[in-house]
Design a protein around this ligand. Structure first.
Ligand code: PGA
Length: 256
């Protein structure tokens, strides 16, 4: 894992945006895994401003609420169109978001997995992290080998997401999420986290034992993971000084 600690979400996001921009320039038909929530908003703004060519890019989103109409302002379909897709030249057929209204959800989930495989696998997966350590909507105790499937959200996640829905009760309790096994097959994972409310989950994920209690901790087993943090999100890391020192002394050939 490479832990990149920056003073602000802005500077941490700059680094993440440069990593993605480089991938899209080097591999114009890259397959990107995308995330929703507050964390990647700035990333998408920056990517839009970079005027990259998305015409051959394929995207797969991590998750979606079950039962929420696609047009609902808080559906992840709406989120992605509003904050990224309508602003870039992606080909509509190359966009994939789990369908929370599928008639046969288990079947939809296995087809989603098959679509990822058919696209050649995910080159880079963008991740946020929940205050409970979830990645995608893989809540604590999710199987570390799980595939795309239905999950029930924790009370904590419903509380965290109540800000988008007006109340905790209005947050859908069920979701489709890529599994942890699915995420682990991405060639590269790029996790972003900002703010003190993420500090504990980040510290457990990076420096704690690998455990399904903190699903993000499985990323310790992935060969290519970058974690972009602002100072507050890095607050509970025991070895923050080391990570800063490593980044400051990065060899020139190993930029980004
Ligand atoms: P947030 O959510 O970006 O809205 O904090 C992150 C997550 O739940 O993965």
């Amino acid at each position: 894992m490479e832990i990149i600690i920056q003073p602000t979400p802005e500077s941490a996001t700059d680094i993440a945006a440069r990593i993605i921009a480089r991938l899209l320039r080097e591999k114009p038909d890259a397959v990107l895994g995308l995330a929703t929530g507050s964390t990647p908003l700035l990333l998408y703004k920056k990517l839009i401003a970079m005027n990259l060519d998305w015409s051959r890019v394929t995207t797969f989103n991590l998750d979606e609420y079950i039962g929420l109409p696609r047009e609902h302002p808080q559906s992840y379909h709406s989120f992605m169109w509003e904050n990224l897709f309508q602003h870039v030249n992606l080909t509509k057929e190359n966009i994939h978001i789990p369908d929370g209204n599928a008639n046969d959800i288990p079947r939809f989930c296995s087809e989603y997995e098959a679509q990822i495989k058919a696209a050649g696998g995910i080159d880079l997966q963008v991740l946020g992290i929940g205050t409970d350590g979830h990645i995608g909507f893989n809540e604590p105790t999710s199987s570390l080998a799980s595939r795309t499937r239905i999950k029930t959200l924790t009370r904590q996640t419903c509380k965290d997401n109540a800000r988008f829905f007006g109340s905790e009760e209005a947050v859908p309790k069920h979701v489709i999420t890529m599994g942890i096994g699915t995420i682990m097959e991405a060639r590269q994972n790029l996790l972003l986290a900002f703010g003190t409310n993420k500090a504990q989950a980040v510290a457990e994920a990076v420096e704690g034992p690998i455990t399904s209690i903190n699903p993000a901790s499985i990323l310790q087993m992935h060969p290519v993971v970058k974690v972009c943090l602002d100072d507050p999100a890095a607050n509970d890391l025991q070895r923050a000084d080391y990570y800063r020192w490593v980044y400051a002394n990065k060899p020139a050939w190993q930029t980004l």
